[in-house]
Design a protein around this ligand. Sequence first.
Ligand code: EPZ
Length: 429
Amino acid sequence: MDRIRIVGGRRLEGTIPISGAKNATLPLMIASLLTKDTLILDNVPRLADVSLLQRILGNHGVDIMVGGKRPGGKLDDGQTLHISAANIVDTTAPYELVSKMRASFWVLAPLLARIGEARVSMPGGCAIGTRPVDLLIMAMQRLGAQIEIDGGYVVARAPRGLKGAEIVFPKVTVGGTHTAIMAATLADGSTLIENAAREPEIADVALCLNKMGARISGAGTRRIVVDGVGKLSGARHAVLPDRIETGTYAMAVAMAGGDVFLQNTRADLLQAALDVLTRTGAAVTPTNQGIRIARNGADLRPVDVTTAPFPEFPTDLQAQLMALMTRARGTSQIVETIFENRFMHVQELARLGARIQLHGERATIEGVERLTGAPVMATDLRASVSLVIAALAAEGETLVNRVYHLDRGFERLEEKLGRCGAAIERLSG
Ligand code: EPZ
């Protein structure tokens, strides 16, 4: 099992290219099931979750061709996938695959919409919480699907197709919004989705679906209308930049000190996080090619932040901010309102010398003068990168174990940080 070794104390200088968004790539790949034509996706990040979803789609009979190297092409350009779901031969998504990557549960929607049946394993919980899918099932039922739970599988049928309906989500759910939109694109009639998630990835997927012939309006707002059409066609779409990767590296620079340009990304994707970073004392300068982040000697100031759905501060940057605040001059408060167990990184940060108290959903971080390197263990995707951020400012050597969590969501992390001067290397085995 690979580990990552970091020796702290180095400033970061240079440029970090931001990859395509994991949380747009996954639903975009799943959307390919809605048409028999080929969907071409550009700027796809090279991530373990993308490879796993290729396997899952392959199990349904989907052919995926990965574009080869092109003259003048660079690793930083991302990869191009040609995805063809011309013949769906199996409408079952098995437990052994779905349990590895929750978002694969979302295949329920396009299989129902296009084929009229699906048998998808319940994803089960994960490190950060129980992660129920009751609202995704509710949305499918509102569209006319008959659903039963049998042996841990959601068995869904819509023999006469799906019918447009009004879907009101009692709480904001990204997966619920993605699945409601995808299913509604081929439903008979119009669907209204109320209290929809407003994350940028929702609008990116809707943009691609509209290129495929869907008729979606309001994506990115609380109220989305989808007018069903008879079928969807192929299209070509470039995945939008990853706002969580952007925010992660911005916090790494603020932690280590230095001056780095985050290339091929957009400030509007994570404005709330950038505003928090400015409050900590980092200099944040958006340009039309990306975002410049600098901190040269200024103290880190404490902040109070509560996570919430977009456009507020994202839960997927909570662990990274907590790592940064371990070195602030003062006491910070972070409240996690989205997931019930997303403080798994606290114990590991404490091993590096951080002082963090937990009271339910509230974490109180008392800034310390110094962190000291130690062996630590990653527990989930974003918790693992918070340990890397802390290690960049810790004295001595830190070994981050179980880096397969990192590889799920951060493409070539050690290369991107190493190119900016970090003392970081991957130890195989
Ligand atoms: C998406 O997960 C993201 N994953 C998560 O990123 C992200 O943390 C989350 O949205 C919140 O922004 C992808 O996009 C692939 P939700 P999702 O449905 O859709 C509850 C990462 O690190 N809920 O918005 O599963 C749920 O328990 C991952 O990249 C229900 O109660 O999240 C949570 O408390 C981690 N019933 C809240 O809603 C349901 O049927 C928000 O979850 C569905 C959700």
